[in-house]
Design a protein around this ligand. Structure first.
Ligand SMILES: [Zn+2]
Length: 311
């Protein structure tokens, strides 16, 4: 039987899954921690050996990895929490080791591909995907093609300036969308307001998370509503900018912050509606939650592997 292997390399764990010729139901899936005996690469190789189908044919292998990488060159420039993986030519390394076609993709890009092929973006050929959790990542499909850019670094939608004098981002630069609208930003903003003496049902210690803020917002806490709404409004205004640039027919929003419910979602939509300079952008435009949750990257890697095998 023909099979495909999909790999998801995250900051803390590596998942390998075997998929059949069709469909999105894995035949087998296993996750290991990147930390433990041996280097992360040795641990990854051991997991691949263990999972590699003995009796079935593997047509292609797709790899989703966090961090900047070049899909065309097959090189991981760097990946969070695996310090040794700098300019790692993982595609050729895996091709030489397993003698099957291999393709790499940035995890947020591949989550976009996963949603486009198998999730909320089916039947759309122009979509913008954003994951809003501790950070903000993105992926853009235009005219049924993943937008990569000249070195594969395109669609870093979290690292665009929304306020030049805003807080410092995880990347070190100031005022990025991620520093203003991510889950981390929501928690930090609430903590700052508490430290400044604002009244709230939120506890100062331990510092509130985005989830704490959203729970408090639904209990009617004014500070929590304000912080959540502000982050959502900044995101919605930025979606309007993305509409001006990409003119998608759907925005797909994934990540933990999207669980924050209607207070957050309504503010996103309201800011998007008032943020576009022409109502034409809003015609038939959908804003939806992602469908594939934690499997989006893995299923995007599967989609690329299938595409590669059918080329
Ligand atoms: Zn940044």
């Amino acid at each position: 039987v023909d099979t495909y292997l999909a790999v998801d390399i995250g900051g803390t764990g590596i998942r390998v899954a075997i998929f059949p010729e069709e469909g999105t139901q894995a035949l087998a899936i296993k996750r290991i921690s990147t930390r433990g005996a041996g280097t992360p690469l040795e641990r990854f190789y051991a997991l691949l050996n263990e999972m590699w189908p003995v009796n079935d044919h593997v047509r292609a292998l797709g790899v989703a990895a966090a961090g900047p990488l070049d899909t065309r060159a097959g090189i991981i420039y760097s990946t969070p929490n695996i310090p040794g993986w700098i300019n790692l030519p993982l595609q050729s390394m895996l091709e030489e080791r397993h003698h099957v076609p291999v393709i790499l993709g940035n995890d947020a890009n591949l989550a976009a591909v996963g949603e486009w092929k198998y999730g909320a973006g089916r039947d759309h050929k122009d979509l913008v995907y954003l994951t809003i959790s501790t950070g903000i990542g993105g992926g853009v499909i235009l005219n049924n093609e993943l937008m990569l850019g000249s070195r594969g670094l395109a669609a870093e939608l979290g690292h665009i300036v929304v306020d030049p004098s805003g807080p410092t981002c995880s990347c070190g630069l100031r005022g990025h969308l991620e520093a203003m609208a991510s889950g981390t930003a929501i928690g930090k903003r609430a903590a700052e307001q508490l430290a400044a003496g604002r009244k709230s049902i939120l506890a100062k210690d331990p510092p509130p998370t985005a989830k704490d803020v959203s729970i408090a917002a639904y209990q009617g806490d004014a500070l929590a509503v304000e912080v959540l709404t502000k982050a959502a409004t900044i995101l919605g205004k930025t979606l309007a900018d993305f509409a001006h640039i990409f003119n998608p027919s759907i925005f797909i929003l994934g990540g933990g912050v999207t669980q924050a419910g209607p207070i957050w979602f309504d503010a996103v939509n309201a800011a998007l509606k008032t943020g576009v300079y022409d109502p034409g952008y809003l015609i038939d435009l959908k804003v939806v939650q992602a469908e594939l949750k934690d499997n989006a990257g893995l299923l995007g890697a599967l989609a690329l592997a299938r595409q590669l095998a059918h080329k």
